[in-house]
Write a protein that binds this ligand. Structure first.
Ligand SMILES: NC(=O)c1ccc[n+]([C@@H]2O[C@H](COP(=O)([O-])OP(=O)(O)OC[C@H]3O[C@@H](n4cnc5c(N)ncnc54)[C@H](O)[C@@H]3O)[C@@H](O)[C@H]2O)c1
Length: 362
């Protein structure tokens, strides 16, 4: 990243923290994390990157240590606080990941998704525009999802030209934010990049999402909820491969362009669940010798559940030379191993923040 100074919004979340660990530990660049520490924000995910979690700054105050990432605990909708972060940190680029990210929660409470994902993105675009007018090499990078494209049938892939057709409040709010980013580029010439990525998985994934939920329910001997018949297909990408794509797009991507990110790892939800069960049967067999698969329970489907997502990553691969390092089989094993070795991270979350209850029944 050539000594770039990077703001990462949502840097205490799943993908944001993976990006921050990479930027600080591998790229050795200066990072300021901007995060509101919602239920999904976990500063402990940045311990490895050098954040002192016992000495977090008061809300609204910028912590900028010599080593490790800086931190501003603030809401991205707070335009004044964002402008101060830009003035004090002087970024070359912003990776914008802060969002409400769980489809089920968006069914229960869409308002917060519209506030953070739409209004929050608009607030950052406005602050970025003012900053870019005085710092012309600045780039705004928006991290988005393949869910904006809607649902595929049995065949075909999402390309960068697939028309938007979001179905959930979450995907509609992300689609709106993508449109805002393009509008600020087309109207004001703000330099932007957009990436639309498939489902991520890996270490430090908040336990409400499918893969960590399955792992932790297995370890706690709880039932594993599978929505409908478990036939919905998602295209799974190991989080560190997403992070490498984000850095490549930031460095070498073309202004105003969109890049789809995915590694051709389509699996039905039931396949994912059964794979996790088989790995745990191997690594942590149950005392009674039964397979973890016996914990599977079929529950009522999610309303408006998209059938299939699948990404065509040709543009990212041919134009920027991106190649994923993990396939689903290698990545999922690493992930299960990580949860087995890192109970210090997930146990307090399961006990204090989210213990696995069903969300988003509609
Ligand atoms: N998880 C996926 O599979 C996936 C796939 C493609 C794209 N994305 C996108 O990547 C981004 C990160 O996803 P994730 O899975 O890491 O999410 P996450 O829910 O794990 O983390 C979101 C982070 O944003 C912070 N945040 C929320 N509201 C905020 C606000 N108003 N102000 C400041 N910070 C706020 C939270 O505290 C949290 O740390 C999101 O924009 C999401 O839409 C996710």
């Amino acid at each position: 990243m050539k000594n770039k100074r990077c703001i990462v919004t949502g840097g205490c979340g799943f993908i944001g923290s993976a990006l921050v660990r990479h930027l600080v530990l591998e790229e050795k660049v200066k990072v300021l994390v901007v995060d509101n520490l919602t239920y999904a924000g976990v500063p402990e995910s940045l311990k490895e990157a050098g954040l002192d979690v016992d000495d977090l700054p008061p809300r609204g105050e910028i912590l900028m240590p010599e080593e490790g990432p800086g931190l501003l605990i603030a809401d991205i909708c707070d335009t004044e606080a964002m402008a101060r972060a830009f003035r004090e940190f002087r970024p070359d680029t912003i990776f914008h990941l802060a969002a409400e990210s769980h489809v089920d929660r968006s069914i229960d409470g869409p308002g917060e998704f519209i506030r953070t994902n739409v209004m929050g993105t608009a607030s950052l675009l406005q602050v970025s525009l003012d900053w870019w007018r005085e710092h012309p090499s600045f780039v705004f990078q928006h991290i988005s999802t393949d869910e904006v494209y809607g649902s595929l049938g049995e065949e075909g892939f999402f390309t960068e030209n697939t028309p938007y057709s979001p179905h959930s409040p979450y995907s509609a709010s992300k689609a709106a934010s993508d449109h805002l980013v393009r509008a600020w580029h087309d109207t004001y010439a703000l330099p932007v990049r957009i990436t639309n990525c498939s489902n991520n998985y890996g270490p430090y994934h908040f336990p409400e999402k499918l893969i960590p939920l399955v792992i932790l329910n297995c370890l706690d001997g709880k039932s594993i909820p599978v929505y409908g018949a478990g036939a919905n297909v998602r295209d799974w990408l190991y989080v560190d491969d997403h992070v490498k794509a984000l850095c490549l797009v930031n460095e070498k991507g073309r202004d105003g362009e969109t890049y789809n990110v995915g590694g051709h790892n389509e699996k039905t939800n039931l396949e994912v669940v059964k794979t996790v069960c088989a790995i745990l049967d191997d690594l942590r067999p149950r005392a009674d010798g039964a397979s973890y698969e016996s914990l599977i329970t079929y529950v009522k489907d999610r309303p408006g559940h998209d059938l299939r997502y699948a990404i065509d990553p040709t543009k990212l691969m041919t134009e920027l030379g991106w190649k994923p390092s993990q396939n689903f089989e290698t990545g999922i094993r690493k992930t299960v191993e990580w949860y087995l070795s890192n109970e210090w991270w997930w146990r307090p979350i399961r006990e204090k923040r989210y213990s696995g209850e069903r969300l988003g029944k509609g």
